[in-house]
Design a protein around this ligand. Structure first.
Ligand code: GLN
Length: 507
């Protein structure tokens, strides 16, 4: 493949080409930086620095030459701006953090890059920059970023989804083979679906939250966007694992998700790699209000899973609808607490002129936060206040447990759960901007797994209206990332939706 085509390759292929010295990381990085510049209109990147990226690429080439490479060394990546980075600004899409320079790298960033200080070397991926997102990861369309929207590479008049819109758009536009994201209530799965890329949010606790600017700490989880399940597995293996600096990090040995993805199922044959796999279809995930184009693509994908040997079983998640009010109480409650640190004293923006301390707080926060963030701080403060705590927050916590119990009942009857990621394909920019509740309702299929702390994926499953991508959601039991990736990989071996590129005509 010529250098001019390198953006077509994913993580696994690039890793192999680099290891064989068929291409250098510097050549690859130069090529992708030129593409990023040429597609600046997408708004995917908030920070780029060619010199810094090329320096990391030179280091990676030297490491490969020394024979010390990992399968990811020299492969480019970029991080959602919610991860703090020592070498790049970290704003979380907010004016509040304009120009903020973190003194350390998030654990996920360090593990994918040069490694943690004093620790083992990292995977050696080359960071190309920081990616646009909704302010503090609050949103479903990337229209809440203080730095402007991101455009969907399949149709620049449409949103890429959110809150990790920059990550999804950059991978879809072939600016990068992989990007990190975070998912609190769907922010990896939904933009992956809208942009036609593969995304995985692992079980809560699999990736460290250390250095991830907090939105709702009991829900926030890091994950990956890439072209394929295989590429996701490689990156997730390198970024995940126990971290003593995150008190909710799962204490388990390092996982090789790639090996788990490749492991053959017992009793499976090559034509029927998913023989014996039971996929549960919650009836609440196929309501009458589901857009016909999304429903058709999802059903066609499920028929392919059946051809691959899986059995489809009817299950029920009866509290699916309730996950919306539950999430939109718990997430704002945690956000109101987490965002109290942005007070103009410790870091970030501070109002230029004020009368006294209280006035400084008020002006700083009024200037620094955008409207959606303010809305959530107000909702969160309200549901936590005396007299309302029992009526709202406590009830929401009880329902959250019941939603998790519903999943447990399902997993007695199936191995994975499948359904749509979102009720529609990507909408037009501005279409929902004046109706936050409409956007909240569109989170209905991603919120349940988030509340239960379960791993979820979006897998390119076909195309709907206007040739826009549709994702299939797969949800696994706790720590079943390997089973999720295995099923998604088998589907991708049999289909080519994940290989389609924006700009091609879709049949
Ligand atoms: N759309 C949801 C919200 O606005 C989810 C966001 C996320 O997962 N970060 O809160």
């Amino acid at each position: 493949m010529s250098v001019q085509e390198l953006h077509r390759l994913g993580v696994a292929d690039l890793g192999r080409a680099l290891a064989r010295r068929e291409v250098s990381s510097v050549e690859l990085t130069r090529h992708l930086l030129a593409r990023i510049d040429a597609q600046a209109h997408l708004g995917a990147f908030l920070a780029r620095d060619a010199e810094r990226a090329l320096g990391a690429a030179r280091d990676a080439d030297a490491r490969i030459a020394r024979g010390e490479a990992t399968p990811l060394t020299g492969v480019p990546v970029a991080h959602k701006d919610v991860f703090v980075t020592r070498d790049w600004p970290s704003t979380a899409g907010s004016r509040m953090l304009a120009g903020y320079a973190s003194p350390f790298d998030a654990t996920v960033v360090a593990r994918l890059g040069a490694g943690e200080p004093g620790g083992a070397p990292g995977a050696g991926m080359v960071t190309l920059g920081k990616l646009n997102c909704d302010e503090f990861a609050m949103g479903s369309a990337n229209e809440n970023s203080a730095w402007g929207p991101v455009r969907n590479p399949w149709d620049a008049a449409r949103v890429p989804g959110g809150s990790s819109g920059g990550s999804a758009a950059a991978v879809a536009a072939r600016l990068l083979p992989a990007a990190t994201g975070t998912d609190t209530g769907g922010s990896i799965r939904q933009p992956a679906s809208f942009c036609g890329v593969t995304g995985i949010k692992p079980t809560y606790g699999v990736c460290s939250r250390y250095g991830m600017i907090a939105f709702a700490s009991s829900l926030d989880q890091a994950g990956v966007f890439a072209r394929s399940a295989e590429d996701c597995a490689l990156v997730l293996s390198a970024m995940s694992g126990f971290d003593a600096r995150d008190s909710t990090s799962a204490e388990r040995p390092p996982q090789d998700f790639h090996a788990q993805m490749l492991a053959a199922r017992e009793g499976a044959a090559s034509a029927r790699p998913l023989a014996g796999l039971r996929i549960g279809l919650p009836r609440e995930f196929f309501p009458a209000a589901l857009a016909a184009d999304v429903g058709d693509a999802v059903r066609a994908a499920l028929a392919e899973f059946e051809r691959l040997g899986a059995t489809l079983v009817d299950v029920s998640l009866p509290r699916t609808e309730l996950s919306i009010p539950v999430y939109y109480i718990i997430a704002p409650a945690e956000a109101s607490s987490n965002l109290s640190r942005f007070d103009g004293v410790r870091y970030g923006h501070r109002a230029a002129a004020y009368d006294d301390l209280l006035d400084m707080y008020k002006k700083t926060r009024a200037e620094g936060f955008g409207p959606e963030v303010k809305r959530r701080i107000m909702i969160g403060t309200y549901v936590l206040s005396h007299g309302y705590y029992d009526a709202y927050y406590l009830q929401a916590q009880k329902l959250r447990r019941m939603i998790a119990d519903d999943f447990r009942a399902c997993f007695a009857r199936c191995d994975l759960i499948a359904g749509p990621v979102a009720p529609t394909v990507a909408w037009r920019l501005g279409e929902q901007a004046d109706d936050p509740v409409k956007a909240y309702l569109a989170d209905i299929f991603t919120l349940p797994a988030s509340l239960a702390g379960l791993p979820g994926m979006s897998v390119p499953a076909g195309f709907g209206a206007h040739g826009l991508p549709v994702g299939l959601q797969l949800v696994g039991n706790h720590f079943a990332e390997g089973a999720l990736l295995h099923a998604a990989h088998a589907f991708q071996q049999a289909t080519d939706f994940h290989r389609r590129e924006p700009g091609e005509r879709q049949a």
